[in-house]
Design a binder for this molecule. Structure first.
Ligand code: ASP
Ligand code: MG
Length: 429
C-alpha cells in the first residue's frame, strides 16, 4: 500500500472543457482519494470561457471597469468547481467547492494581474478533516476590501502551487492537455522527447520564451516555496515531467531544450553618433511607455558612428516604433527601421554553468544551415539567437540534433554529471 499523502491536483481548461471531461476529473480524484490520500483539486474555467467573457466585455467597451471585469472572469472557475462537486457527489464522494474568498486567498488589488499575498489554510484543513475532497476555484482571490481579483491569464497554475505551498502538500500535480515538458515543441520537431525532470530555472527560462506549459509566475512561486510540480496529461495515465530543484535532478543534461518564439520585433537605429548619452535618449521614452526591451546590440562602425538594435514584444512594436521615429532626428541618427519578420531560437540548460562550447556548437549548427544570426543574447543558462522568422522551425530541428536531443540517448556527453565535454556537432555526410 502506498503511503497516504496530501495531494493537490490542478486541471486546466481542456481537462474540464465539458461534462464528460469533468467526469474524468472526478474519476481520477476519486481514485486518488480511494487510495487513502487527502486531496485538494484546483480548477480552471472550461476551455475558451475566459476568452468568451473578455470578448463580451470588449463588446461593451474597450475600457471596462477592471474590478467588474474580474467579477465576470471569476465566474468561469466558479462554474467548474460547482460542476465537479456535483459530479463527485453523484458518484458517492463527499466534496466541497470553495471560491477564492472562501478559502481566503488574499491578493493585492491589481485587478487582472493580482499577486497572492497569503492563503489561509484553515478552511481547507477543516474540510479535509471531514474527509471531503476540497475543490478550489483557480485564478481568483480577494483583496483586503473583499473585492474579487484575478491572477492573470493562466493563473490557476499559480493558485495550485500557492495552495500546495500553504497546506504543505506532498505532491502538486498539474494536469493539462500535453504529456509534459518536451525537449522542443513536438509540433515543430518530431524527434522531441519528453523530459523526465527539469529544473525550476530551466522551466522559467523556457516558459518565458515560448514553452507554454506553465504560467511563468507559478514556476517562480514553486521555486520560492520549493514545491515539486508534476506536469502530466489528464488524457492518459503516463508519467509526465517533474519540475524541481536542480540538485535533485537525476538525469543531468547539458541542454534541456530548444525553444523558439515569434513574439518579438526588431528596431534598428542606423548611423547614430557614437557619443555618451545617445542610448539613454533612445531608451528613455520606451521605458516611460512601459515597453520591455529585451535584446540590445550596438555595433561600432568607423567614423564615430554606430548602429543600435533592440527587440520589443511584437504587441508593443507599433508604439515603440512611433516613439523611435520621434527620437531619430533629435539624436542625428540616419534612420530607424523596424522588422517584425524575426524569431528567437534558444538553447536552455543548467549544464551551461559548467560547460563551455555551447555557443560555438549553436553557431556552427546554424551556419551549416546557412541561417544568419542577427543578435545573440545570453543568460547563465540560456543562449538565444535572433534569426529570420522563416528559419525558426528549421533552426529548432537543427539545434535539437546538434545538441544530441533526438529521441535516443546514445550520446553520453548529453549529461553533465560525468565527463565535462560539450556535445560535438556531427558533420553532415
Ligand atoms: N481561466 C483562466 C485563463 O484562461 C485561468 C487559467 O486557465 O489558468 O486564463
Ligand atoms: Mg490554463
Amino acid at each position: 500500500m502506498e503511503k497516504m499523502a496530501l495531494i493537490v491536483q490542478k486541471y486546466g481548461g481542456t481537462s474540464v472543457a465539458n461534462l464528460e471531461r469533468i467526469k474524468e476529473v472526478a474519476r481520477r480524484a476519486a481514485k486518488t482519494f480511494d487510495r487513502g490520500n487527502d486531496i485538494v483539486v484546483v480548477l480552471s474555467a472550461m476551455a475558451g470561457e475566459t476568452d468568451r467573457f473578455i470578448e463580451l466585455a470588449n463588446r461593451i467597451s474597450h475600457s471596462v471597469n477592471k474590478r467588474e471585469l474580474d467579477v465576470l472572469l471569476a465566474t468561469g472557475e466558479q462554474s467548474t468547481v460547482a460542476l465537479l462537486a456535483m459530479t463527485l457527489e453523484s458518484i458517492g464522494y463527499p466534496s466541497a467547492s470553495l471560491l477564492g474568498h472562501q478559502v481566503k486567498i488574499h491578493t493585492d488589488s491589481f485587478f487582472g494581474s493580482a499577486r497572492i499575498a497569503d492563503i489561509d489554510s484553515d478552511n481547507i484543513k477543516k474540510l479535509l478533516g471531514q474527509k471531503k475532497i476540497v475543490i478550489i476555484a483557480g485564478f481568483q482571490g480577494c483583496d483586503q476590501h473583499q473585492n474579487i481579483t484575478t491572477l492573470g491569464r493562466g493563473g490557476s497554475d499559480t493558485s495550485a502551487v500557492a495552495v500546495a505551498a500553504a497546506i504543505k502538500a506532498d505532491k502538486c500535480e498539474i494536469y493539462t492537455d500535453v504529456e509534459g515538458v518536451f525537449t522542443a515543441d513536438p509540433n515543430i520537431c518530431s524527434k522531441a522527447r519528453k523530459l523526465k525532470e527539469i529544473s525550476y530555472e530551466e522551466m522559467l527560462e523556457m516558459a518565458s520564451i515560448g514553452a507554454k506549459v506553465l504560467q511563468t509566475r507559478s514556476v517562480e512561486f514553486a521555486k520560492k516555496y520549493n514545491v515539486a510540480l508534476h506536469v502530466r496529461s489528464s488524457f492518459n495515465d503516463k508519467e509526465g515531467t517533474v519540475v524541481l530543484e536542480e540538485n535533485l535532478i537525476t538525469e543531468k543534461m547539458v541542454v534541456a531544450g530548444i525553444t523558439s518564439s515569434k513574439n518579438e520585433a526588431l528596431i534598428t537605429f542606423k548611423k547614430v553618433p557614437d557619443t555618451p548619452g545617445i542610448a539613454a535618449k533612445i531608451f528613455k521614452p520606451i521605458a516611460e511607455a512601459n515597453i520591455i526591451v529585451d535584446m540590445i546590440v550596438q555595433n561600432s562602425l568607423k567614423d564615430q558612428q554606430t548602429d543600435i538594435s533592440f527587440t520589443v514584444p511584437i504587441s508593443d512594436f507599433k508604439k515603440a516604433f512611433e516613439l523611435s521615429e520621434k527620437v531619430v532626428k533629435k539624436i542625428a541618427s540616419q534612420e530607424v527601421v523596424g522588422d517584425k519578420n524575426i524569431a528567437r531560437v534558444s538553447v536552455t540548460g543548467v549544464g551551461m554553468k559548467s560547460h563551455s562550447g555551447i555557443a560555438s556548437t549553436m553557431f556552427s549548427a546554424l551556419a551549416q544551415e546557412n541561417i544568419n544570426i542577427i543578435i545573440v543574447s545570453t543568460s547563465e543558462i540560456r543562449i538565444s539567437c535572433l534569426i529570420e522568422a522563416k528559419y525558426a522551425e528549421l533552426a529548432v530541428r537543427t539545434l535539437h540534433t546538434a545538441f544530441n536531443l533526438d529521441n535516443d540517448k546514445s550520446n553520453v556527453s548529453l549529461y553533465y554529471g560525468g565527463k565535462k565535454t560539450a556535445p560535438k556537432i556531427t558533420a553532415k555526410s
